[in-house]
Write a protein that binds this ligand. Structure first.
Ligand SMILES: Cc1cc2nc3c(=O)[nH]c(=O)nc-3n(C[C@H](O)[C@H](O)[C@H](O)COP(=O)(O)OP(=O)(O)OC[C@H]3O[C@@H](n4cnc5c(N)ncnc54)[C@H](O)[C@@H]3O)c2cc1C
Length: 383
């Protein structure tokens, strides 16, 4: 099996060469969306990588998708503007009806429809997803949605949203995970008719928003799978998300390590290259070792996921180790560059801000540790 995906990596690198540091820097300053880059990726078919060929996608596995995202980040770019277009559709693919699949998947594969907004997190419930308060109440052939989401990324650049809402009150369900349902919301129809989007400016250029629902009507035919089973459907997709974001972290780490190594060789202080000092080279070597280890875990998680085996522990560990490796490499890279690590034109401070996110989202480090403790090691549930 070609687990390196050399051809795909080469094509992504060639595409990314057209979007150098200057491009990302200018967008970062304005907190603007990389529309041109996303269009180029879409036209090249990369964002339809995981959609089966029968629906017009490339039918590739998660390992190939991970390679695409790793290369984007290794080139100095950022896939967060569109990575969700790759995996959110997985919930429709795995749990949607035949009619729903043929209605949405081919248009997503062609890039005519963007499904890259995922409404789970809410301001009051945070990580405690089962306590979310947005409700969907059945009313004839539609559901009426009320509530609020926060950190719904790319909502302003998406035609559709995958929304998790409560259909049965928490105190009336038989099992903890029951009572939540997943809907596809047509955001073009919803905007101004029960749905409002408010952008949130963040420390890095990340098109994220708050979304408010006020008696928004969603056709009942947009319910995915069975009512009340949505939490389980969404959990399925989260392993894919963790593997792909871990691959982005590996790409970021490799970018930082390459920058730091080149600079350590070239920068001369006290008549010697700074990289001649062990105090400079050891942190680079340590970041490199951590990144290679994280990459192995990403590949193992991807292989398990592709084989249809339970991938939860590996996907979580991949995300944990890769987020740690990228943050370690980011900190090291600033240190190796001394004062220049803070200068905008080096791109390091931008990537440093971007790399910080993955200690918190899409799931925080603590919650991964709690998962490993409880579900892998059998320790008591801590929350
Ligand atoms: C830029 C950005 C983009 C995002 N995009 C999306 C998106 O598109 N869709 C979406 O639904 N969400 C999105 N999120 C939300 C993200 O998934 C959450 O921020 C993340 O899951 C943490 O939830 P929270 O912010 O509510 O933190 P909280 O749940 O309030 O937690 C705060 C801190 O407490 C810690 N903590 C909480 N409970 C425990 C516990 N039991 N044990 C130990 N530590 C604990 C957490 O680890 C965290 O460090 C995004 C967030 C950001 C910042």
């Amino acid at each position: 099996m070609d687990d390196r995906h050399d051809d795909i990596r080469q094509s992504v690198r060639a595409l990314c060469a057209g979007y150098p540091g200057e491009y990302w820097r200018a967008l970062d300053r304005e907190r603007a969306y990389p529309a041109e880059f996303v269009r180029a990726l879409t036209e090249a078919g990369f964002l339809g990588a995981l959609i089966p060929e029968e629906y017009g996608g490339s039918g590739l596995g998660i390992g190939a998708a991970a390679a695409i995202l790793e290369e984007i980040h290794k080139s100095g770019g950022n896939g967060a503007a569109c990575h969700a277009q790759m995996y959110i559709m997985g919930t429709i693919l795995r749990h949607g009806s035949a009619q729903q699949k043929s209605r949405w998947l081919p248009a997503i594969a062609r890039g005519e429809l963007c499904l890259q907004a995922f409404g789970v997190t809410e301001p009051t419930s945070g990580t405690d997803t089962l306590s979310l308060r947005t409700t969907a109440v059945r009313d004839g052939d539609r559901y009426v949605i009320n509530g609020q989401k926060v950190w719904t990324s790319r909502a302003e650049h998406s035609d559709l949203m995958l929304l998790l809402a409560r259909t049965t009150p928490k105190d009336q369900v038989k099992r903890r995970g029951d009572g939540l349902s997943v809907f596809v919301v047509d955001m073009r129809a919803a905007l101004g008719h029960g749905m409002t989007i408010r952008p949130i400016r963040t420390m890095m250029n990340h098109a994220t928003t708050e979304v408010f629902f006020d008696d928004l009507a969603v056709p009942a035919e947009n319910l995915i799978g069975e009512e009340g089973k949505g939490f389980r459907y969404v959990l399925d997709g989260m392993n894919a998300e963790r593997i792909l974001i871990a691959a982005e972290c590996v790409g970021d780490a490799r970018w930082f390590i390459e920058k730091a190594t080149a600079y350590a060789k070239e920068r001369r202080v006290f008549d010697r290259s700074i990289g001649q000092n062990q105090g400079v080279q050891f942190p680079i070597a340590r970041a490199y070792a951590a990144t290679e280890a994280a990459d192995l875990m990403v590949k193992r998680a991807a292989a398990r996921f592709e084989a249809g085996e339970p991938a939860g522990p590996d996907a979580n560990m991949a995300k944990l180790l890769a987020a740690d490796a990228s943050w370690q490499a980011a900190d090291m890279c600033v240190q190796v560059h001394g004062g220049f690590g803070f200068a905008e034109e080096y791109d390091i401070e931008r990537k440093f801000r971007e790399a910080r996110l993955y200690q918190v989202a899409p799931i925080s480090t603590n919650l991964i540790l709690a998962y490993i403790a409880e579900h892998v090691l059998g320790l008591p549930r801590s929350y």
